[in-house]
Design a protein around this ligand. Structure first.
Ligand SMILES: [Zn+2]
Length: 406
């Protein structure tokens, strides 16, 4: 699923396929709305007569609508075009280790309703819990529009062909058809995606639209788990069998702390929220059980940040150490992919000013060129909506995507 490059479409001519021109027009309306037909023709660099049939088709398909008129200083007021997003709805489900969030939103990503509940231990209970909330939300927002599908975001690897959840280390779930079960329970179309990829999709499709459509960046989530969404030349890079991007499990040590993937010394086992808290408490992560015990302590990374700011040196040291390992991990990503920038999200972000000195020092030490060392690492303000918007993008983005070739 590629974005249309609305800043570089020299191919928008009379000979360009109508389907591509139509998607260019739709994306331009989305970016510049509200706009007149004349403005759209100007943005496309074509004569107004060429735009009219494209607009008529988009209107007939209900993808755009004619709305409020503009106020030119004189003359006839033009009718302005808008993307029809207000009465088309999507459901976004974000499954995390501790909580599951369910959001109903419109096709611009604007939230209509949100519910949260503790993530159950079994996938069957999760599906029951999610579908009950979906039913409730849809029945209390009947007038808001029609819901066109469910985007499901999971903390684990997904097989794109079967839609199966292959492995969610933090939940301990393997090889299950969560998408099929939710689709069956709700009677709706469901798309499933790994959390870090969803965050990257959220930036690509429902962000401020500033990014270049040929953008290359990495979205790194540092939370209960650590994962990366890779975007190369404006498209998510998934690898041969959809397993690319598992940078949370690159080994930083052969015999480091136990990781929930079953291995040892992974980036995740040094930098995840439980790993940072364990370091502060002086506990060793030696097994899955030690993670469960840790959860009972109820101390969070956000608490550690508050303690560090209050002068607790051990809390600061635990955070700085996570920053150092994170810097090494980021250097590995830069050396492997050389992205234009790395966006980091997750709980650790609340203490970004505390961890970034050690993070940057390690990153500089481990990157191989001075250019690589200056790759921008951008903290994304702590915002639970990123994953949810990514889930919604699974349903919304295909409407705006470049036509598939082949
Ligand atoms: Zn691991």
């Amino acid at each position: 699923m590629r974005r249309i490059d609305t800043r570089n479409f020299s191919r928008a001519t009379r000979t360009t396929s109508k389907e591509i021109n139509r998607q260019i027009a739709l994306n331009l309306v989305r970016e510049h709305q509200p706009l007149s037909r004349a403005e759209l023709a100007r943005h496309m660099g074509v004569a107004r007569g060429m735009v009219t049939p494209l607009v008529n088709e988009l209107l007939a398909d209900g993808l755009i609508y004619e709305g409020t008129t503009g106020n030119p200083p004189r003359g006839r007021k033009p009718t302005l075009l808008h993307v029809r997003s207000h009465d088309r709805l999507a459901l976004a489900v974000d499954v995390r280790l501790s909580q599951t969030h369910v959001m109903l939103c419109d096709f611009s990503g604007q939230m209509v309703a949100l519910e949260r509940f503790a993530t159950p231990a079994s996938p069957e209970e999760l599906v029951a819990g999610v579908s009950a909330r979906i039913e409730r939300m849809l029945s209390s927002h009947r007038d808001a529009g029609a819901c066109e599908g469910i985007g499901l975001v999971v903390p684990g690897m997904v097989d794109r062909r079967t839609g199966n959840l292959v492995h969610a280390p933090t939940l301990g779930w393997r090889d299950m058809d969560l998408r099929g079960a939710l689709s069956e329970a709700t009677g709706m179309m469901v798309q499933i995606e790994r959390d870090a990829v969803a965050c990257a999709l959220s930036m690509m499709w429902l962000g401020p639209m500033k990014g270049n459509a040929q953008d290359s960046f990495v979205y790194l989530t540092v939370s209960d788990g650590v994962g990366a969404g890779l975007v190369v030349n404006g498209e998510v890079f998934r690898g041969h069998r959809d397993a690319a991007g598992e940078f949370g499990h690159i080994p930083l040590s052969l015999d480091g702390p136990y990781c929930l993937c079953g291995s040892r010394g992974c980036l995740e086992a040094f930098t995840s929220s439980p790993a940072t808290v364990a370091r502060y408490l002086g506990r060793d992560l030696v097994s899955r059980e030690s993670y469960a015990e840790l959860r009972e302590s109820s101390l969070t990374v956000t608490d550690l940040v508050a303690l560090a700011r209050g002068g607790d040196h051990r809390a600061l040291a635990a955070l700085e150490e996570s920053g150092r390992y994170l810097g090494v991990g980021i250097a590995v990503i830069i050396n492997a992919l050389n992205p234009a920038r790395i966006v980091v999200g997750g709980e650790l972000l609340s203490g970004w000013d505390l961890i970034s000195p050690t993070m940057h020092a390690a990153m500089t030490e481990r990157t191989l060129t001075s250019g690589a060392a200056t790759t921008p690492v951008i903290p994304e303000p702590a915002d639970e909506q990123t994953r949810l918007r990514g889930a919604a993008a699974l349903i919304i983005a295909p409407m705006f995507a470049a036509p598939a070739v082949g």
